[in-house]
Design a protein around this ligand. Structure first.
Ligand code: NAP
Length: 296
């Protein structure tokens, strides 16, 4: 069984980006906005900010208190949209309940939408136009390409229909000529559906959801989920995906959790930041059109 490790692929993306940055006469600037102190969000934001600086981007985190109103956040986004020094804007979700995710996404200038989640970015992706692409699915495509796993003509089943993962991934898989099925909580005969997959992507958020019986022998399995199932002796979270451990005996290739898709998500965010900076300066002819290809 081939382990589809994310860190070496993320590292390859960072090397490409660092090489690209040395040739740019400016330093792209990423602005990450966090509202409240949700511990997972605090750690994700820190990770993104640190990694951005590590490869030579300029990055700043704007932190707002938990009780921030939607109007206040939208005003801040409007300022970032208007600020010519800002290339990429990312608002970390989930936001507190008084702030609607959709309102936030609609407020972000699509040209600076480095998370690839605004309705304009989603629409451009689905209609086959060049776009800033949703980071987790883009990371999955890049991971597959790195490990020479072809998608064209294959049966791909994605168990997830969120705007964050399942829908944009389906668009990318279609673009690369896969036959795509999206499954979800209302899907009947789930095991029958997942067993069809030559490439099975799961992002349900339930440990042990995918059992070996649900996997076609020799399938490639991409486990996107990050489930906290307890703490170890050092007090650290124990993280697992959706796949039962025995899935490794049936699959031909599998992403580990942690250390699979997760690192790719951050890498693609920084990829998008460089891409957005170049596009904003009218360098669109020199940025990649396909997901996860090197920044040329
Ligand atoms: P989400 O919006 O809650 O989506 C979960 C999906 O699973 C939904 O489509 C849901 O179906 C489906 N589902 C839930 N229970 C099911 C069941 N019993 N049978 C079949 N389908 C079921 O979550 P998300 O934001 O897409 O994230 C999904 C997972 O991916 C989470 O564990 C998250 O932590 C992880 N994630 C990881 C990364 C990374 O970088 N590694 C990035 C993003 C997300 P319905 O639509 O019918 O409810």
């Amino acid at each position: 069984m081939l382990e589809l490790a994310g860190p070496p692929v993320a590292e390859a993306v960072y090397e490409e980006l660092k090489a690209k940055l040395t040739h740019l006469p400016y330093v792209p600037h990423l602005r990450v906005v966090r509202v409240g102190e949700d511990p997972a969000s605090v750690s994700y934001v820190r990770l993104k900010d640190r990694q951005a600086r590590k490869i030579g981007l300029s990055s700043q985190v704007d932190v707002f208190p938990e009780d921030t109103s939607e109007a206040t956040l939208l005003e801040h986004i409007a300022r970032l949209n208007a600020d010519d020094g800002v290339d990429g804007i990312l608002v970390q979700f989930p936001t507190p309940k008084q702030i609607r995710q959709q309102a936030v996404l609609e407020a972000i200038d699509p040209a600076k939408d480095v998370d690839g989640l605004t309705p304009v970015s989603a629409g451009r992706l689905w209609s086959g136009q060049e776009a800033l692409e949703s980071c987790t699915p883009a990371g999955i495509m890049r991971l597959l390409r790195h490990y020479s796993i072809t998608v064209a003509g294959k049966e791909v089943v994605i168990v997830n229909r969120s705007n964050l993962v399942g829908k944009p991934l389906a668009a990318m898989m279609l673009r690369e000529n896969a036959t795509v099925t999206i499954a979800h909580s209302r899907t009947r005969n789930m095991a029958e559906v997942t067993r069809r997959a030559e490439i099975l992507v799961t992002a349900v958020g339930r440990a042990g959801f995918i059992t070996p019986e649900m996997v076609r022998p020799g399938a490639v399995v991409i486990d996107v989920s990050v489930n906290r199932v307890g703490r170890n002796e050092q007090g650290r979270d124990i993280l697992v995906g959706d796949c039962a451990p025995e899935v490794a005996r049936v699959a031909s290739a599998l992403t580990p959790v942690p250390g699979g898709v997760g690192p790719m998500t951050v890498a693609m965010l920084l990829f998008n930041t460089v891409k957005a900076a170049m596009r904003r300066r009218g360098e669109s002819g020199t940025v990649p059109i396909t997901t996860g290809s090197p920044v040329e």
